[in-house]
Design a protein around this ligand. Structure first.
Ligand code: C2E
Ligand code: CA
Ligand code: CA
Ligand code: CA
Length: 279
């Protein structure tokens, strides 16, 4: 047993060592990756079920690393949230998104709003509102074109600070979406006080397997509550026709998920926009 234990210990030691090594490599190359343009914006459509049309998009970042290949945000975002680099990366993403929307304007394409992710670290940046309004000015865009997604857990961590920051952003005209709603932190009591425009229903609701009547009723309850509060709801992670049908049944109008489209490189997303426009 002792030998066995040692073997396991060595195994975990090795896994941990490799994880730390990889993290160190990420930290060593993040600055140059930003300067070399290795971070790329992907856009995933938000689809309006009722009107059968694209309503907007969410910007999701990818890291095209020359040796490791394309890295998913799950690999580097949590690390960047810990070491603070996320504020730099987010600002880069926001600027790219504004540049893309400005380009759409110039090319006479539909004025589709795009949502960006705002990390909890960005909330504590006293310059947040200035940075965002500066981008709008630079790219001649109205604030309502840029939607800001803030994860639910950030709201409960420091409610006072977030209410103040978010209220200010909404007064400036930004549309604020509560991301991952229902993932575990918010209480309905809090929601009442939260200055938000849109709830993004966490994908665990729709992907709940097997489907239970209780789960469907919880979703219906959230939809009805949101309606009472004049909030829009976007269901995340819709992958199948059955899931779409369940949303229709409870009156949820907007969805995002692989069933309609995966996140796409900007050029591919534009083709989708054009084909939807001519349809
Ligand atoms: P999120 O903001 O909740 O984004 C939704 C995630 O769900 C994305 O993963 C998206 O690709 C994925 N997704 C969309 N539809 C489906 C579906 O039908 N099924 C499944 N299984 N997944 C679906 P992604 O792109 O890997 O991003 C993961 C997380 O990384 C995001 O979760 C967000 O928290 C963070 N993230 C991504 N880009 C940025 C960024 O630019 N800034 C910040 N701060 N965070 C980002
Ligand atoms: Ca999001
Ligand atoms: Ca989400
Ligand atoms: Ca509304």
């Amino acid at each position: 047993i002792k030998g066995q234990y040692k073997k396991y210990f060595a195994y975990y030691d090795d896994v941990l060592r490799r994880k730390l090594l990889k993290e160190q490599e990420i930290v060593d190359s993040m600055e140059s990756a930003l300067n070399l343009g290795q971070f790329e914006i992907y856009l995933q459509p938000k689809y309006n079920i009722r009107y059968s049309r694209m309503d907007g998009a969410e910007a999701l970042v990818r890291w095209n690393h020359p040796q490791w290949g394309q890295q998913s945000p799950a690999v580097f975002i949590p690390l960047f949230e810990r070491n603070g680099f996320i504020t730099r990366l987010d600002q880069y993403v926001w600027e790219k998104v504004c540049a893309v929307m400005c380009d759409w304007e110039n090319r006479g394409m539909p004025p589709l709003p795009v949502s960006v992710n705002v990390s909890r670290a960005d909330i504590y940046n006293v310059d947040l509102a200035d940075i965002l309004t500066g981008l709008l000015r630079k790219y001649a865009l109205p604030a309502a074109r840029l939607h800001l997604e803030i994860t639910e857990s950030a709201y409960t961590e420091n409610p006072r600070q977030i209410i103040e920051t978010v209220s200010n952003l909404r007064e400036l005209g930004f549309v604020v979406e509560m991301d991952d709603f229902g993932s575990g932190y918010s209480s309905l009591h809090m929601l009442h006080k939260m200055p938000v425009d849109v709830l993004k229903l966490d994908m665990k609701f729709i992907q709940n397997d097997p489907v239970t009547p209780v789960n469907q009723e919880i979703m219906r309850f959230i939809i009805n509550l949101a309606d009472l509060m004049s909030l829009d709801v976007v269901a995340e992670g819709v992958e199948t026709a059955e899931q779409l049908e369940r949303l229709r049944e409870i009156g949820c109008d907007c969805m995002q998920g692989y069933f309609f489209s995966k996140p796409l490189p900007v050029k591919e997303f534009e083709l989708l926009m054009e084909s939807a426009d001519s349809a």
